[in-house]
Design a protein around this ligand. Sequence first.
Ligand code: PXG
Length: 441
Amino acid sequence: MADARNATPDLDAYWMPFTPNRRFKADPRIVERAEGMYYFTPDGRRILDGTAGLWCVNAGHCRPRIVEAIARQAAEMDYATSFNLGHPKAFEFATRLAALTPPGLDRVFFANSGSEAVDTALKIALAYQRGRGQGSRTRLIGRERGYHGVGFGGVSVGGMVRNRMYFGSLLTGVDHLPHTHDLNRNAFSRGLPEHGADQADALEAIVSLHDASNIAAVIVEPVAGSAGVLVPPKGYLQRLRAICDKHDILLIFDEVITGFGRVGAAFAAERLGVVPDMITMAKGLTNAAVPMGATAVSRKIHDSLMEHADAPIELFHGYTYSGHPLACAAGLAALDTYAEEGLFERAAALSPYWEQAMHALRDARHVIDVRNFGLIAGIELEPRPGRPTERALKALETCFDRGVMVRTTGDIIALSPPLIIEEAQIDQLAQTIRDALARID
Ligand code: PXG
């Protein structure tokens, strides 16, 4: 059998994203095949995928229906522009998505990633406010520890320090709500934590400072993922919605990770009973088989822009690959797979078992918090003194060596398995993490 090192390609040219390149290239982890719940390394080792790729392969890897749909579409029509030209699958996919989103959010703009879906939503918010004669409403409000991708718009409203600090002044006119993470009061919460709904009131303070007439939109992740699984306190999102309504401010939910069954429903908006004015999505939108993002927009916003447009093109925005045929084919097949296998319902039904297994890690070494919602969990570790992130990274590497893929952010292990995971695989995931933590300093 080929030695894994021999099978490793030259690593120098590829500048890897969000990766400690020097550390990685000194000790690379390579996968070359995937199927269902597993990745396979070049030397044939099987790795259980505890992260659904990167929160995106919700139906598991290389699902035949999706693979076939992409192959068929590539042969039939590889590409057509969406600028002033249509192809059937883009319309069909938008219609299918509109049926999944909360009532009223039934107009869909296609992009190629979550970052682009976010920039699209922010731009639509600004264009909408201007179109309806509220052009002074330009301020955008995000949240500390928010992640909305890496475009300048998403980074500006995002609240992860390192994603912002190297990149200049970003967008101006942005404010941030406080994050809702509260280890003192909410550690080891199961599902929605009890404390912190009042953090939403910070929006009132921002309104008092700037006046509502200058504020366009608020954007938050219903469950913050990248910053380490921050589950919204009970009542928090309802309160945010109420304050936005009171001041006529748009509310955008970034559901790039919470969409498509991750929280046991099509969207967190549905699961949590709070309807925003726009939803951004990506990842599970195509089961990650072809890159795609989308922004679902309320009829109110859409129709207002149609009505008030001062040029034949109502929105001067779009991408070469908006509504790409391969992505639409993959997306339609992904929706079919989710529906046929009842995966959103499966995630809901599995989540009590998931919760139990994750919270059993409470007494594992180094663990200072466990939190969960749907098929998501965050396991927060005590950082090594003076060396943050190191312990979690070591845990990731140790788990990988023992056949399990986890993801880390800061000193938090973030888990989000494909929704097809079996109970025995949940047990394996938990046991491997427990063993890894026991072994590392
Ligand atoms: N919004 C949210 C809420 C996301 O989680 C994006 C936007 C951007 O999507 P694109 O497709 O542009 O990457 C994301 C992406 C992690 C991790 O480690 C998560 C993401 C990206 C990179 C790392 O949790 N989510």
